[in-house]
Design a protein around this ligand. Structure first.
Ligand code: FES
Length: 117
């Protein structure tokens, strides 16, 4: 189980809900899936058997990451090649912009749960 939400205040975390993103064993390793929570477009990534939930849209110029590339815990934007750490959301390289919003993700009873607005 991994839970990362370094970009959220305590009040924001309390208002967030756990969203069912599907069965963990049906999601292939090294894949990306867009999850529409109704309020937020989230990218669920399974990389090296670990799940990450981040914004589906780049904070630089709003490119969709689904067309990008994953390398371990790094997510690479397809438009200007910005790279972000999916554990912390921190910008690793590329154009200057804010960090990538990250969402808590956990596995419970075989389901992938993402905490979102
Ligand atoms: S749109 Fe992602 S780095 Fe520019």
């Amino acid at each position: 189980m991994n839970i990362y939400w370094p970009t959220r205040t305590l009040q924001e975390q309390i208002l967030m809900k756990w969203i069912d993103a599907g069965k963990a064993d049906e999601i292939l390793d090294n894949t990306m899936i867009e999850v529409d929570t109704g309020a937020t477009a989230i990218l669920l990534v399974k990389s090296n058997r670990e799940f990450f939930a981040v914004s589906a849209v780049c904070p630089h110029h709003q490119a969709w990451f689904i067309q990008g590339r994953v390398d371990g815990t790094s997510l690479h934007c397809p438009r200007h090649m910005g790279a972000f750490d999916m554990k912390s959301g921190r910008l690793l390289s590329g154009p200057s912009c804010g960090d990538l919003p990250c969402y808590p993700v956990r596995i419970e009873n075989g389901k992938v749960l993402i905490k979102s607005e």
